[in-house]
Design a protein around this ligand. Structure first.
Ligand code: BG6
Length: 798
C-alpha cells in the first residue's frame, strides 16, 4: 500500500515537472498549445465504447499523461446517472494496460484515469448547456488553459445531426481551443442519405472538426500499405499493373453471426456494413497513385478520388450474395416479425470490381465478406502472374504462386503481417517499428507454408481504435474519411445496392458446413456461384417433419402442374426443363422453336441461359417473341431489346433464327394496315411445324394479363389469328401479341411468377374460375400440350 502511495506521489511530481517542461518546449517550437483536454463519449456505455473506445482513451491518457496535457473524461448517455454510472465504471475498470507500461505504473495511471472520469446524462438541450458550461469552467477552476474538446459520437446514426447541433449550440469552445467530433459509421445508407447526413452535419460542424472513423484505417497492416508500396517501389513499380497482376483479393471472413445487432444489420447487410467502407478503403490504398507525402490528407484524398472515378459501374451480375440459414429466425425474434417473413439482407457477398485505368484495365479485384464462415480472417492479396513452367521439382519456390499478402490479423497466423513470396523479392524493412519474422512454424497461409514468404510484422501490436484515437488527438486527418471520400464511395456502391435490393440471397448453413457452396467464379465480367446450390430453407412448407430442407416442391396450381422453390433454384429448374425440351425437339425435328416474353421476371432465366450457353442447342433454336410493345426495337422499353441485351447478345446462334415482331413498318409503329401482325403470323406458319411452338414462356401481370392480352380486351375478336394488335392500359398502350389460340397450340407453356409483390395475385388466381376476358391468363389451356406454373416461394407464400 505504502509503495503505491509513494509511487503515486512520484508520478504526480513527475507529471507536474514534465508538464512545465513540455509546455515550454512546445511553445518555443510554435506547436499546438498544451493545456486541458476534455473528452466526451456520447453513448459511453454502448458496446463499442465498452469494447474499444474506453480502452483507446485509456491508452491515449497513459501515453500523454507525462506530455504536458491534462485530461478529463465524460461518459455521456441518455440514461440517468444512477443507472448508467455503475455500468460505465465497470467498463472503465476493465481497461487493460499498454504493453510498454510496467504493471506498477499502469496501476497508478489507471487509478488517475478512473478519478478523471465521470458520467453525465446527455439528453436534453439543458444537459448539453450544463456540460458546455462545465467544460469551460473546470479548467479555469484548476488554473489550466483549455487546449481542446473531443466528442466521440458512439450513437446510432439517426442521432448524429441532433447531437452535432447540440454540441454546436452549447459546447463549442472559445476561439483558439480546438473542437474535434468523431463519428462512427454508418454514414448513411446510400448516396442520397449520406449526402443528406453530410449536409445536416455541415450546418453544425466545420469539415476540419469532423473525424469520420473507419477503424480499418487504424489497423497496423492497412496503415502500412502506402508506406510499404513506397519503401518497395523499386520492386513494385514495374509489376504493379494489369500485365503482372493476375488479380487482387480483399477479404474479410467472420465466424460470428449478426445476433444482437439485427435492428441495425437487417437494414444494412454485408455490403453496407463492411464492403462499402473497410474493404473499399483497402482497395483504394492498394490501387491509388502514391502521394508524394503520405501523410498529406489532401493529396491522399485526391489520389483516392481518382480511383473512385475510374471504378467501373457495377450491376447485379457483378456480385453473388448469400444469407446464413439461421439469420431469418434471428430477424423474426429481434424484429418481432411473424413467421413467414423473409429478409433478403445479405450476410455474404462476393463482388468483382474493375478499374478503368490503363494501369489496371481488365484486372479483377475481388471483394468478399461474410458472417458465419469457417474462420475469422482478413487480408488483401495481390496475386501475380507466374510465367514459369516447372517441369520438375514443383515444390521449389519459383514454381509457387507469387503473391503479396497484407494480412490484417487472426486466421492461421494470428498476428498482423505483410507476407511477400520468396520468389518475388525481399522487402525492405520499413522502419524500426516493424521487424522480420524469422521463426518458421509449420503453418500455411493461403495454401502456402509460411517458409515460402518473407514476413514483416509490427514490433508491438496496437488496437486500431487506440491508434486512431491517438491520431485524432494529434489532429492528423489522413486516416479519416472526408465527406468527398464518403460520397464517392456511396456513389460507386449505391447502384449495385439498388439492383440487388430484391435479389434473393443463397442460403448457407454456416461454418465449415458451407463447404464449397459459397465459392464463386468469374465469367468474363460476371460472377456466379461455382456450384449449384444445395438449398437450405428456413421453413418446412410440407407441414411434415420440422426442419426438413429440400430444393424444389412440385404440386398443383389451378389444376396444372406447379414447380415451386426459392427463386434461384426455380430458375435453375426452369432452365433445365427448357433445355430438356430443346434437346428433345432438336432430336426429334432438328429445330427448337421458343417464344419468349419480356418483363423483369425472365431476366434471371435469361442470365442463367446465357451463362450455361455452351450446353444448350442454340444453333438449332429459333427465338420468337410472345409479345412486343409498339416502340422501335432498339428502345429500352422494347421486349426484344430486353431479350437481346440479356440473352441473345451473349449466345452464339444464327441471326436468321431470331424473329423479332415487326412492330415498325413503313417508318411507323403498329399500324393495322401495314399488316405487321399478319406478317408475323405467316412467318410462324412457314417456319414452325403446325404453328406449334415447342416452348412458350409467359409471365403474368398484377391484373392477370399475360403476353399482351389484357383484361377487357375482347379476346374472342382475335378469331383464328395467331398474332394480333392489342391495347394495354399502361404505356406504351399499343402492343402486338400472340393470341390465346397461338399460345394454346404450343407443346409446352411455362408461366413464371416471382417475388412477394405477386403473392396477392397468386392467391387471387388460385380462387378464380376461367374468365379470360377478366383474367386473360386463365385462358391458357394448351390443347394438346402441357402447362406448368413456375412460382417462387415469395410469390407463393408471401
Ligand atoms: C464492423 C462491422 O465495422 O467491422 C462488423 O460493423 C464487423 O459487422 C467488424 O464484424 C469487423 O471488424 P474487425 O476489426 O473485427 O475485422
Amino acid at each position: 500500500m505504502l509503495k503505491v502511495v509513494w509511487a503515486a506521489l512520484l508520478l504526480m511530481a513527475n507529471v507536474c515537472v514534465q508538464r512545465v517542461q513540455a509546455n515550454e518546449s512546445q511553445e518555443a517550437k510554435g506547436a499546438p498549445k498544451l493545456g486541458h483536454v476534455s473528452v466526451v463519449i456520447v453513448g459511453a456505455t454502448g458496446d463499442l465504447a465498452k469494447k474499444y473506445l474506453w480502452q483507446g482513451f485509456f491508452h491515449l491518457y497513459a501515453n500523454q499523461v507525462s506530455s504536458g496535457y491534462t485530461f478529463s473524461f465524460y461518459g455521456g448517455g441518455l440514461s440517468p446517472k444512477d443507472k448508467a454510472a455503475p455500468i460505465l465504471f465497470e467498463a472503465l475498470k476493465r481497461v487493460s494496460c499498454p504493453r510498454d507500461l510496467s504493471e506498477e505504473r499502469c496501476a497508478l495511471v489507471k487509478e488517475q484515469f478512473l478519478k478523471l472520469a465521470e458520467y453525465r446524462q446527455l439528453k436534453t438541450v439543458e444537459d448539453y448547456q450544463a456540460l458546455g458550461k462545465h467544460l469551460s469552467e473546470h479548467p479555469k477552476g484548476e488554473g489550466i488553459a483549455e487546449a481542446g474538446r473531443l466528442f466521440y459520437l458512439s450513437v446510432p446514426a439517426f442521432a448524429y445531426a441532433d447531437v452535432a447541433e447540440k454540441i454546436n449550440a452549447s459546447c463549442r469552445p472559445a476561439e483558439g481551443v480546438w473542437l474535434r467530433v468523431v463519428l462512427e459509421k454508418p454514414f448513411g445508407h446510400d448516396f442520397s442519405s449520406a449526402q443528406l447526413l453530410s449536409a445536416q452535419l455541415a450546418s453544425s460542424l466545420r469539415d476540419e472538426e469532423m473525424y469520420r472513423i473507419d477503424h480499418y484505417l487504424g489497423k497496423q497492416v492497412v496503415s502500412k500499405i502506402l508506406p510499404f508500396r513506397r519503401e518497395n517501389s523499386k520492386h513494385l513499380d514495374p509489376i504493379w499493373n494489369k500485365h503482372h497482376i493476375e488479380r487482387v483479393e480483399i477479404v474479410l471472413k467472420e465466424t460470428l453471426d449478426a445476433k444482437g445487432r439485427i435492428p441495425f444489420y437487417d437494414q444494412y447487410g454485408v455490403i453496407r456494413d463492411v464492403i462499402q467502407n473497410h474493404l473499399t478503403e483497402v482497395l483504394t490504398l492498394l490501387t491509388m497513385g502514391l502521394p508524394a507525402n503520405l501523410s498529406d490528407a489532401k493529396e491522399v484524398l485526391k489520389n483516392k478520388l481518382k480511383i473512385f472515378s475510374a471504378l467501373e459501374h457495377l450491376e447485379s451480375h457483378c456480385a453473388v450474395i448469400g444469407q446464413y440459414k439461421s439469420y431469418n429466425e434471428e430477424v423474426e425474434q429481434e424484429l418481432n416479425k411473424t413467421k413467414g417473413h423473409y429478409s433478403l439482407t445479405p450476410t455474404f457477398a462476393g463482388i468483382m470490381v474493375y478499374i478503368n485505368m490503363a494501369q489496371y484495365e481488365g484486372m479483377p479485384i475481388i471483394l468478399t465478406s461474410g458472417k458465419m464462415l469457417d474462420e475469422r480472417l482478413g487480408y488483401a492479396r495481390i496475386l501475380f502472374k507466374n510465367d514459369i513452367f516447372c517441369v520438375q521439382k514443383h515444390d521449389s519456390v519459383h514454381c509457387k504462386p507469387k503473391q503479396i499478402i497484407f494480412y490484417f490479423g487472426h486466421g492461421a497466423l494470428q498476428y498482423p503481417a505483410i507476407l511477400v513470396s520468396k520468389n518475388l523479392f525481399k522487402p525492405d524493412l520499413m522502419d524500426t517499428e516493424w521487424k522480420e519474422v524469422t521463426e518458421q512454424k509449420d503453418i500455411n497461409v493461403l495454401g502456402m507454408p509460411i517458409s515460402n514468404y518473407y514476413i514483416l510484422t509490427p514490433m508491438v501490436q496496437r488496437e486500431a481504435y487506440a491508434e486512431l484515437i491517438s491520431q485524432i488527438f494529434q489532429g492528423r486527418k489522413d486516416s479519416f474519411i472526408s465527406a468527398e471520400n464518403l460520397l464517392a464511395s456511396w456513389g460507386f456502391w449505391t447502384p449495385l445496392l439498388h439492383s440487388l435490393a430484391k435479389a434473393p440471397p443463397r442460403i448457407y448453413p454456416g461454418g465449415v458446413e458451407n463447404g464449397n457452396m459459397l465459392d464463386f467464379k468469374l465469367l468474363g465480367r460476371k460472377v456466379t456461384f461455382a456450384n449449384d446450390a444445395l438449398v437450405f430453407i428456413n421453413q418446412d412448407f410440407t407441414g411434415g417433419s420440422g426442419g426438413q430442407s429440400f430444393q424444389v416442391m412440385q404440386g398443383k396450381y389451378r389444376n396444372n402442374d406447379m414447380v415451386s422453390a426459392w427463386s434461384e433454384e426455380l430458375i435453375v429448374r426452369l432452365a433445365d426443363d427448357l433445355q430438356a425440351a430443346a434437346e428433345k425437339a432438336v432430336r426429334e425435328s432438328g429445330r427448337f422453336h421458343l417464344a419468349l416474353s419480356g418483363g423483369s421476371s425472365p431476366l434471371a432465366l435469361f442470365q442463367r441461359l446465357a451463362q450455361h450457353q455452351y450446353t444448350f442447342p442454340w444453333r438449332d433454336t429459333h427465338v420468337w417473341m410472345v409479345d412486343e410493345r409498339c416502340v422501335p426495337l432498339t428502345e429500352l422499353d422494347s421486349n426484344f431489346r430486353t431479350v437481346h441485351d440479356h440473352l441473345l447478345q451473349h449466345v452464339k446462334m444464327p441471326y436468321f433464327n431470331i424473329h423479332p415482331m415487326p412492330v415498325q413498318m413503313n417508318q411507323r409503329l403498329c399500324v393495322e394496315e401495314d399488316g405487321g401482325a399478319l406478317l408475323y403470323e405467316r412467318e410462324i406458319s412457314q417456319l414452325v411445324n403446325g404453328s406449334r411452338f415447342h416452348f412458350v414462356l409467359l409471365g403474368v401481370g398484377h391484373d392477370g394479363h399475360t403476353a399482351s392480352l389484357f383484361p377487357g380486351s375482347k379476346l374472342e375478336a382475335h378469331g383464328n389469328s395467331l398474332v394480333a394488335l392489342t391495347e394495354s392500359p399502361a404505356k406504351p398502350h399499343q402492343r402486338m401479341s400472340l393470341t390465346l389460340r397461338a399460345i394454346n397450340r404450343a407443346q409446352k407453356v411455362a408461366i413464371l411468377t416471382m417475388g412477394k409483390s405477386k403473392h396477392e395475385l397468386i392467391t387471387q388466381l388460385s380462387r378464380v374460375k376461367d374468365k379470360p376476358n377478366s383474367w386473360p391468363v386463365t385462358g391458357i389451356h394448351p390443347t394438346s400440350g402441357t402447362l406448368v406454373w413456375y412460382i417462387d416461394y415469395d410469390a407463393l407464400l408471401g
